[in-house]
Design a protein around this ligand. Structure first.
Ligand SMILES: NC(=O)C1=CN([C@@H]2O[C@H](COP(=O)(O)OP(=O)(O)OC[C@H]3O[C@@H](n4cnc5c(N)ncnc54)[C@H](OP(=O)(O)O)[C@@H]3O)[C@@H](O)[C@H]2O)C=CC1
Ligand SMILES: O=C1O[C@H](COP(=O)(O)O)[C@@H](O)[C@H](O)[C@H]1O
Length: 594
């Protein structure tokens, strides 16, 4: 690719000027009025910017880019208690030039820290390009890659260009768009704990920002042991001067309650809670986003969402590949920390929370914390752990977990787990929430399954034979692959007799919605840019999640519980079926063949 030199002033041309505070007030009020209305004009950080896109956002934004009620009482409490402890000024998200200045909302610098890594290449740069491609990014944005690896801007562009893809329906101008996007990507090599290197980054950012005030977003796509170093250097040396500075933090957020609290404590020395965007990419998946819509906007579901009608809920995650390439990381965490404590528990909290006061981030997160704190401590006897072993199938041999050279031969780390969880509140008393997560299984899929109770005194029960369990309704949200929502119902087989069968009312996304579904990272990056915190994990949510799992993890580790071995590519340990049977549950995914 040719060397592309972009003079910085052309990157940051001013797009909107706020004339007076009155005008901002008007924008703010207008925002409040139009709320979630689909409009071809999006009010973004107080600028009236024509955008090709409209986002049916739930959020009301005020004129400085904050959601109207974005700073929660929770944040306030944390901030004030810290202030007392440390008696030094606590970080806040930003101060904004509110009048007479150029609109900072149209200037954004994104720094991907760990740009040379797997996640950055696979997910973050492609998501940023997709946002650019669909006109979601502010007019004046730049992307900086930062890592230790020595690379030129051109080499970074070359590296990321390999993973960029275009939306299927608009391939025509794809090459142009890619070139334009790549022109805005730059690279700076530096150490993660060097304030000088971050100062140099700051100088380069400023140069490319063309001397204009700009908001800054840092994405920490790095191993967790260097999170704090980076946050320290970035916040001290490369924060935005007049706009906001936000940091997206990747998981894992610690490996138990103590390490997680310590991480939070360290991050909060440099950042306010409102600047920290803890990402759980499952919350950005389309079907997970839709969970609340399905429940709260459909009368056929909302009243049924409780112990009176729901017999059990199943949260299932499976991958048909092992830890190949990530064994070193994985062995220190295991499947419970990797998938259950975060992705599946987050889905559970969204599923089971009480109706939030509003769709505001803090109202939703308040309800999630409440339901997490109502959960019963997980008992070891309600958990099954497994580990995959090598297997030969169709003339091909698949390695066992401990065959990975980065994994100790005697590792007891679970690559599979199933657990029964309970919520001790009025809505869910006695309803088992079953989780199952595993690597190297027979299929790749993530699902939420809701099994309903029997119809009392069912008139047709003699038509079903003896197994009434097979006749209950089941609602399935297939998160991936091939997103779908289907409801298993009992139906009369057409004909003169009275034969019933189980059929699906099926909403297959690819049939109903021809548009490609955005990747979870696109949604979450855009939310972070827009200051929408609904899909990010607040620190008290994180504490509640760890409180639930830490005692169990400690017990498994201290008792050196041996995982049940299962062959690579199988359905996992038999123990998972005994666990389900103990709670009178049948896994809903049993019939699925791959
Ligand atoms: N990969 C994935 O699918 C997922 C990853 N994550 C999380 O995202 C983050 C990034 O993941 P991923 O990209 O896979 O990670 P990588 O292991 O690829 O690390 C990213 C970059 O960090 C630097 N790095 C790696 N190890 C060290 C080290 N020990 N000390 C200092 N720097 C190091 C390297 O850059 P350089 O040497 O150039 O400085 C590397 O390119 C992690 O927190 C991970 O847990 C979360 C979900 C999925
Ligand atoms: O967070 C993680 O998620 C991936 C699975 O993500 P998906 O979006 O591809 O389903 C998992 O492979 C990885 O182990 C885990 O850290």
């Amino acid at each position: 690719m040719a060397n592309i030199i972009v003079p910085s002033p052309t990157i940051f041309t001013s797009s909107c000027v706020l004339r007076s505070e009155q005008q901002q007030l008007f924008v703010s009020k207008l925002n409040a009025v139009i709320g979630g209305i689909d409009s071809s004009y999006s009010l973004w950080n107080s600028c009236i910017q024509p955008r090709n896109n409209s986002r049916n956002t739930f959020q009301l934004k005020c004129s400085n880019g904050h959601p109207l009620n974005s700073v929660s009482s929770h944040d306030g409490v944390v901030g004030s208690s810290l202030a007392k402890e440390d008696s030094k000024p606590q970080p806040t998200e930003a101060s904004y030039p509110l009048s007479g200045s150029e609109c900072i909302g149209s200037n954004l610098s994104i720094t991907v820290v760990g740009a040379s890594g797997d996640l950055a290449k696979k997910k973050i740069f492609p998501a940023l390009f997709a946002l650019y491609y669909e006109d979601w990014l502010p007019e004046n944005f730049i992307v900086y890659g930062y890592a230790r690896t020595k690379m030129t801007d051109e080499e970074l562009r070359d590296m990321i260009s390999k993973t960029l893809t275009c939306r299927i329906d608009k391939r025509e101008n794809c090459e142009d768009k890619m070139d334009q996007f790549l022109k805005r990507c730059f690279y700076h090599s530096g150490l993660y704990n060097s304030e000088d290197d971050f100062s140099d980054l700051d100088s380069k950012l400023k140069e490319k920002e063309g001397g204009k005030d700009s908001n800054r977003l840092f994405y920490l796509s790095i191993p967790p042991n260097i999170f704090v170093d980076v946050v320290k250097c970035a916040s001290l040396k490369a924060s935005s001067r007049n706009g906001w500075t936000r940091v997206i933090v990747e998981k894992p957020f610690g490996r138990d309650s103590e390490s997680s609290s310590e991480l939070t404590r360290c991050l909060k020395q440099y950042l306010a809670e409102e600047q920290i965007f803890r990402i759980d990419h499952y919350l950005g998946k389309e079907l997970v986003e839709n969970l609340s819509v399905l429940r709260f906007s459909n009368l056929v579901f909302e009243p049924l969402w409780c112990r009176n009608y729901i017999r059990n809920v199943q949260l299932i995650f499976s991958e048909d590949f092992g830890t190949e390439g990530r064994g070193g990381y994985f062995d220190n965490y295991g499947i419970i920390r990797d998938i259950m404590q975060n992705h599946l528990l987050q889905i559970l909290a969204l599923f089971a929370m009480e109706t939030p006061v509003s769709l505001d981030a803090e109202d939703i997160r308040n309800e999630k914390v409440k339901v997490l704190r109502s959960m019963r401590p997980i008992q070891l006897e309600d958990v099954v752990v497994g580990q995959y072993k090598g297997h030969n199938k169709g003339g091909k041999s698949y390695p066992g977990y401990t065959d990975d050279p980065t994994v100790p031969k005697d590792s007891l780390t679970p690559t599979f787990a199933a657990a029964a969880l309970f919520i001790d509140n009025a809505r869910w008393d006695g309803v088992p929430f079953l989780m199952k997560a595993g690597k190297a299984l027979h299929t790749k899929r993530a699902e939420i399954r809701v099994q309903f109770r029997h119809v009392p005194g069912n008139l047709y029960k003699r038509n079903f034979g003896t197994d009434l369990d097979k006749t209950t309704n089941e609602l399935v949200l297939r998160v991936q692959p091939d997103e779908a929502i289907y409801l298993k119902i009992n139906n009369k087989v057409p004909g003169l007799g009275m034969r019933l069968d189980r059929s699906d009312l099926n909403l297959l996304y690819r049939a109903r919605y021809p548009r490609e579904i955005p990747d979870a990272y696109e949604r979450l990056l855009l939310d972070a840019i827009e200051g929408e915190r609904r899909l990010f994990i607040r620190s008290d949510e994180l504490d509640a999640a760890w409180s639930l799992f830490t005692p169990l993890l400690k017990e498994i580790e201290s008792k050196k519980i041996a995982p049940e071995l299962y062959p690579y590519g199988s359905r996992g340990p038999i123990g998972a079926h005994y666990l389900a049977a103990k709670h009178n549950v049948r896994w809903g995914d049993l019939g699925i063949e791959e």
